[in-house]
Design a protein around this ligand. Structure first.
Ligand code: MN
Length: 485
């Protein structure tokens, strides 16, 4: 499972840490009342504070603070009841203040952890170093005019949570699992929509490599602003191989910021450490230290929903699911709720099987989610009851499910309308078996002579003759009795 790179001089392992910028779900910005709605006309959601007009003062948005605390609790992290906003000074045209209001030495959230659900059903832990609140910058557009760059300040001042992991990941797949889990937790909490295409969640990826068996961290490079889970994994792979080549050829990896080019599948240098900014952080004199009490934290804690890890454990305990199935079902809150409705009072494993393999598969094909699923949880449950009560067999159930996906109909009605009830009448099955044997005397003799494999062929023929409705167990018994008994 471990991801290792075989070189000439050593076998290398990869060390990965992630810094995720997650946009806070909030109607208005971190320090002003402007709207945060995505997709509005350029510069239509900009207050005097966001445009950094002289004399304007920031006012903290209490909801954004609550969202950060909520996220911290979801990451099982230490909540710091006193934190400080600091100015991170740098010049850029889309940052009219000339500094970003962020948090530096005393962030709102301290150490925590995220449990990764790996594709093989195992789980691992990744440490969280900190979570701090900061404001976003505006957006520069360099492709709208032949000689000018245009600036859209709608995003200026929008609240971000920067979530910094410890360098605990050792393979691209773990980084992918980490991002998916972080997104899942924040969606449960309602603190970030996790939409990477719209930029509401972006990742900076820190990568270094070291010979396996050594424990010192070597120089790392930071790959900036990667905007999909897949690209993050590809970027790690490309950057790790590049660094191994540098070390193996006797060179030295330089600390720098790099960009990932998905088209070429490689990273390239953006700026080196020599050109790194000195941000001259200092506490923002316009903002008081951010302080709240235990009662506030407790109030937020009590409002948390059941989170993915707890739900997963409950699904394993209550419904007897495998860790893998449980982790697939809890990724999304609506999916989990749908499953629970289907599984309630029924066999959990069968329900998980149908929801994951049949329903999710069919929905993915149709480009739909459970929210607009033609098959309701109630109807899928009814289908499972029909199966369990042996009103229909497994083969017919698949056909009925297909009709349900197309029409949204009740499975009871489909089975009655189309006459799909399973044939459990012994004499009817016997008659069908006799007819097939009579029509195929040589094959029947072959079976009697020891070619038991041919039994399967007879099952198929009788099923065909009964339009798939024969009770499979009864059919098998009767066939065996007639040919081998
Ligand atoms: Mn940041």
């Amino acid at each position: 499972m471990t991801y290792l790179i075989k070189g000439e001089t050593a076998t290398w392992e990869v060390v990965v840490g992630l810094e995720v910028h997650a946009q806070v779900v909030s109607q208005s910005k971190l320090f002003s009342g402007s709207s945060t709605r995505f997709g509005a006309p350029a510069n239509s959601q900009v207050s005097l504070v966001d445009a950094a007009m002289p004399g304007m003062l920031p006012v903290i948005n209490g909801l954004c603070v609550e969202q950060a605390v909520r996220t911290g609790l979801g990451l099982r992290a230490k909540i710091n009841k006193r934190s400080i906003f600091a100015r991170k000074n740098y010049f850029y045209a889309d940052l009219p203040q000339g500094y970003q209001i962020s948090q530096y030495e005393q962030p709102i959230v301290g150490e925590g952890k995220v449990v990764l659900d790996m594709p093989d059903g195992s789980s691992r832990e990744v440490g969280i170093e900190r979570l701090h609140l900061e404001q976003d910058a505006g957006k520069s557009m360099h492709d709208q005019h032949p000689s000018k760059s245009l600036i859209d300040l709608n995003r200026s001042g929008v609240a971000l949570m920067e979530i910094v992991s410890k360098p605990d990941m050792r393979e691209p797949e773990e980084a992918g699992a980490y991002l998916r889990k972080l997104r899942s937790i924040m969606r449960y909490l309602g603190t970030c929509d996790g939409n990477m295409e719209e930029g509401s969640m972006r990742a900076d990826v820190n990568v270094s490599v070291r010979p396996i068996g050594t424990t010192d961290l070597r120089t790392r490079c930071e790959i900036k602003n990667v905007n999909s889970v897949r690209f993050v994994m590809q970027a790690i792979e490309a950057e790790a191989h590049r660094q191994v080549e540098v070390w193996e050829s006797g060179g030295e990896v330089r600390q720098e910021t790099r960009l990932f080019d998905p088209a070429k599948g490689e990273t390239r240098s953006m700026r080196s450490k020599e050109h790194a900014h000195d941000y001259r952080y200092f506490p923002d004199p316009d903002l008081l230290p951010l302080e709240f009490d235990d009662a506030f934290v407790e109030k937020v804690r009590r409002s948390l929903p059941e989170l993915p890890d707890d739900k997963k454990n409950r699904f394993i305990a209550d419904f007897g699911l495998t860790p893998y199935d449980a982790s697939v079902l809890v990724v999304d809150r609506e999916n989990a709720a749908f499953f629970e409705k289907v599984a309630e009072g029924r066999d959990g494993k069968t329900a998980a099987n149908w929801v994951i393999n049949n329903l999710f598969g069919a929905l993915a094909k149709a480009g739909k989610g459970v929210a607009d699923s033609p098959v309701s949880a109630e109807n899928l449950g009814k289908l499972l009851d029909l199966l369990k009560d042996e009103v229909i067999n497994g083969r017919i159930a698949k056909d009925v499910f297909e009709i349900m996906m197309e029409t949204g109909e009740d499975p009871d009605a489909i089975v009655e309308d189309k006459g799909l009830r399973q044939v459990t009448d012994t004499s009817a099955i016997e008659a069908a078996v006799d007819a097939v044997i009579a029509a195929n005397p040589e094959k029947a003799d072959d079976v009697r002579g020891g070619k038991e494999k041919l039994l399967g062929w007879f099952v198929g023929q009788v099923m065909k003759a009964t339009q798939g409705k024969a009770n499979p167990a009864m059919l098998n018994d009767i066939l065996r009795a007639k040919l081998l008994g």
